[in-house]
Every structure is written in C-alpha cells, then in structure tokens.
Write a protein that binds this ligand. Structure first.
Ligand code: CMP
Ligand code: MG
Ligand code: ZN
Length: 528
C-alpha cells in the first residue's frame, strides 16, 4: 500500500503508510524464497493499525494466492489470514467519498445518506448454471479487475464503507488528506481481499433447492407467502430465509460469519421454534416476522438510516424474538407459576426466555455467528437485541406507543435508533392483519388454535380462562376487529409517523406535517 506519509493510527482511525524502502514506488513482489519462509501463525502478527501490519498482510495475501493456486491450503489458515488482512484494510481510513465543495463554501457538509444496495441473493451466486446468476457472477469478477481511476463514485462509496470504518465511526482531521493514489491502492487491495473471501465463502455457501429459490423471488413483497416457503423448504423456513436475509444485507461478509456456523445457528433456532409444536408461535411465525422486518428495512429506506450492526441486530432479533415459545402466554406462565415465571419474577417471562435462550445458544462455538465481532460490537449487538425483543412484550405496547408519540410531537424530535427498530419489530410482530386476507385468516386461525389449547390447559388446572382462550365462549370476529382497531392500526400509524420523521429529511421531504394521535407541531428534525 502506498500512502501519503507514515502515521501511527489512533484507535479506529487512520493508518496511512509509505513504504520506507520504496519511497512512493510500488513495492517489489515478494520472492518465492521469502514466501517459503513465511510464518503463517496468526498469533505472531502485529496490531492491525500499525504500519508493519500492511506489509505483513500483503505478504500473507501473496502467500495465500500462491497456495490457493497450488491447492495447498487449509480453510482455517485461509480464513484466519484473510480476516487479519481485512482488519488491516479496515484500519485504513479513506475519505474520498465526499463531493468536493466549491472554494470558499464554509457551510457544514450535509450528512450524506449512504444508500445501501442489497447483495446478490446467495442462491443466484450458487447456481452458476443459470444465465442470470452467471451474469451477476461475471459482474463481480469484472469489478475486481477495475482500475482505480475508473471506479465510479458509488462503487467507491461502497468500497469505502465496506473496507473502512469511515462511515460508521471515524472522523478525519481536516489536515489529513489522503492522496487519491493511496485511496486507489486501498481500493485495489480491498477488492483483492474481497475477491478471495468471496471465493472461499461462495464455495461454502449453502445450496438452495429450486423450489425455495422460486418462492424467495418474492421476498421483497409485503404479502410474501411464508407458508409456501416452508413447504418448499421441507419445514426449514428459518434456515433459508434467515440465511438469505443475512446474505442480502451483507452481514455474512461484513461480520465474517462462517457460513456453516450460520447454518448451524439457524438450524438450532428452527428446532427451538418447533419444540412445543405450537400452531402459531413456531418457525413460520419467526420467518414471517423476519421477512416483514426486511420489507420495512428495504422498502421504506430504513436500512439507509441504520448502521450495519443495527441491521444485523434487527434481523437476528426478528429471527429469535419468540425462540422456544411454549405456546402459552405470559399470563399463563404467571398464573400457573411456571419455572420460567419463577426465574424471571413474572416480568416479561417469555421475552426474557427468548433472549436468554438465544444468547445461550450463541455460546456454543459451532453456532456462534458473533464470533468475529469485536468486544464493543458484541456489547452493542447484545444490548440492541435485548431491547428489541423485550419490547415485543405486549404488556409494553401502550407505553411504547405513548413514548414514541410524545417524542414525535416535540419541536425537534430525536429518534433513538434502538427505539425505532423496536417499534418496527413490534409492528411486524402484529402485522398479519395488514397482509393479504388468506394469509391473515390463516394466522388468526392458528393463533386461536393455540389460545384454545391454552384454555384447555387452564380448565384442567382449574385456572380462570385467559382472554380469547375459552373455545366455547370467544367472539372471534369481534375480538379481531378490536385487535385491529385498537392495537394494530394505531401501532402502524405511529410507526409510519416515526418513519417519516427519520426518513423524510433524508429523502428530501419538505414542509410541516401533522402527526397522528394527540396532534403536534410537525416539521420534524431528527438526529442520529
Ligand atoms: P407474540 O407473537 O409473542 O407477540 C405479538 C402478539 O400479538 C402475539 O404474540 C399475540 O399474543 C398477539 N396477536 C397477534 N395476532 C393476534 C390476533 N389476530 N388476535 C389477537 N392477538 C394477536
Ligand atoms: Mg413474543
Ligand atoms: Zn411474535
């Protein structure tokens, strides 16, 4: 890597290095002899944000390339060294994505809206025998050949956001301007690592059956048919949908999730949902909520407002939000004095269990999709998932809406990302009445089946019936109208206001607007 001066990086910031020996010229490629003597043990590497790390990473990449060509390398060595190289690249700060301002323009730069583009579906990458997939795969390869001067701004933006932490964390001092040459080299190196990483992961990517692929083509639609997916997937809806979503948002790549570990994790999550054979709270419901969250993220533009880690946490929260549901309500747990109610002191009993059991699963190395997160990333991820899943407790519903409404009516609302994502997840959790009639009808019948089974248990235990649980005395239609009118519709209303508040300014919406509910001032201005 050739850069504009030797500078020691501060944490998460710039490491721009000039090779002291080459004085701005390209360094000579290492000889075979040098490569033969390379110590490949990842333990003996310098810290990623040091100048020496660039040399070491480059040397290792050369070595890996040679060994790959010879077919003499273990997946583990490859993975560890690529991860190291990726981290070195992430420590290189690139600030070439901003448009130059006209001279004398002193205004603060407008916050750029990073427009995400979802990745190629993994089933399209895997099935290279299909022409459409082949074209996409070819395009990927072409990208890796591109010369830095020819990199268009949006590609550069993507590269910068993928291979540096610039958009998420770091701020450059005004006097630290990298030369384009340094950026170009970083981009080239980034493409190089990305290409190798993709080669490794794409060979390991899960295969998708043709029937699953067919159903997943409608993944971006509001009335996606998760029942059809489950059928096509032989009952493994979460496995394919979870995998596909994490791939589409680039999470597998960004957080270096080993594909087999992801497969294990999703498989175990799926099992947990099937443990009690619930008519409603099963793997289908989890897959349905995850797909609806995806719709909200991509169709509203919410994904452009959230960071990678926030998206990762939101998708995982959706997938695990009812993990190991017992098919009975919190009220039943409390009234029957279940072990779980005892453990969680009657508060958010099920929700606490869903989270705790999911994080317990993540302690198993074979299922730990968070294994390559830094300590800070892990803490943030965990906090987000806990907050989001706890907020699916229906007893928090009115408070949640009230808090959000109150905040939106402030003169200058500041929407907290975790609260926004929590509200979105909550809305997706109760969204089936807003879906196509046949889907909604099926969900409602399943839920009532589950409620009635609980009623049967309550009768056996001599407990009073919980609401909607007495199969002989429940007004189904009326209860549904009430649920839609008093719970679902107001939730969607507040969620829409919240989305307009945070996304309106980013998408150029102008002028004041009246929020729903208790009325307010409008013309929202929101901060990250
Ligand atoms: P859960 O999925 O844990 O969280 C959202 C809750 O909303 C869900 O459990 C049910 O308790 C409730 N819910 C969802 N759909 C309906 C419905 N059609 N009628 C009544 N309650 C519902
Ligand atoms: Mg729940
Ligand atoms: Zn749910």
């Amino acid at each position: 890597m050739v850069c504009a001066g030797t500078r020691q990086a501060k944490q998460g910031a710039l490491t721009i290095v000039r090779r002291s020996s080459s004085k701005g010229k390209e360094a000579a490629a290492p000889t075979d002899e040098q490569l033969d003597q390379l110590d490949l043990d990842p333990e003996h590497l310098p810290a990623v944000d040091t100048p020496d790390a660039c040399d070491k990473a480059a040397l290792r990449l050369r070595y890996l390339l040679r060994q790959l060509n010879r077919g003499e390398i273990s997946a583990e060595t490859l993975q560890k060294n690529l991860q190291y190289a990726a981290k070195v690249l992430e420590a290189v700060y690139i600030d070439e994505t901003k448009e130059p301002r006209p001279e004398g323009d002193q205004r603060a730069a407008p916050a750029p809206l990073p427009r995400r583009r979802l990745r190629t579906p993994c089933w399209a990458r895997c099935s290279i025998d299909r022409p459409e997939a082949k074209r996409l795969a070819d395009e990927d390869d072409e990208l890796s050949e591109v010369q830095p001067d020819a990199v268009p701004p949006e590609v550069r933006e993507w590269l910068a956001s993928t291979f540096t932490r610039q958009l998420a964390t770091a701020k450059r001092k005004s006097d630290e301007k990298p030369k384009f040459r340094s950026v170009a080299h970083a981009i080239r190196a980034g493409i190089f690592v990305d290409r190798i990483y993709r080669r490794v992961t794409s060979t390991a990517l899960m295969q998708f059956p043709q029937d699953v692929v067919r159903v997943l083509k409608t993944l971006d639609e509001w009335s996606f048919d998760v029942f059809a997916l489950n059928e096509a997937a032989g009952g493994a809806a979460i496995k394919y949908l979870g995998y596909e979503l994490l791939n589409r948002y680039g999470m597998i790549h960004k957080f270096k999730v080993p594909p087999t570990v992801l497969e294990n994790f999703l498989g175990r999550i799926e099992e947990g949902y099937c443990k009690f054979h619930n008519p409603y709270h099963n793997n289908l419901h989890a897959a349905d909520v995850a797909q609806t969250v995806h719709y909200m993220l991509c169709q509203t533009g919410l994904m452009n407002w959230l960071s990678d880690l926030e998206i990762f946490a939101t998708l995982v929260a959706a997938v695990v939000h009812d993990f190991e549901h017992t098919g009975t309500t919190n009220n039943f747990h409390v009234m029957s004095g279940s072990d779980t109610a005892l453990l969680y002191n009657d508060r958010a009993v099920l929700e606490n269990h869903h989270i705790s059991a999911a994080f317990r699963l993540l302690r198993d190395e074979e299922c730990n999709i968070l294994q390559n997160l830094s300590r800070d990333e892990f803490r943030e991820f965990r906090t987000l998932v806990i907050d989001m899943v706890l907020a699916t407790d229906m007893s928090f519903h009115f408070q949640q809406l009230k808090n959000m409404r109150a905040m939106l009516t402030l003169a200058e609302p500041v929407v907290d990302k975790s609260k926004a994502a929590s509200l979105v997840l909550h809305c997706c959790d109760i969204s089936h009445p807003a879906k196509r009639w046949d889907l909604h009808h099926r969900w409602t019948m399943s839920l009532l089946d589950e409620f009635f089974l609980q009623g049967d248990k309550e009768r056996e235990l001599g407990l009073p019936f919980s609401p909607l649980c007495d199969r002989n005395n429940t007004l189904v239609a009326e209860s549904q109208i009430g649920f839609i009118e008093f719970i679902v519709e107001p939730s969607m209303g507040v969620c829409a206001d919240m989305l307009e508040c945070v996304l309106g300014p980013l998408h150029g919406a102008k002028g004041p607007r009246e929020p729903r509910g208790e009325g307010g001032k409008g013309d929202y201005h929101c901060l990250d």
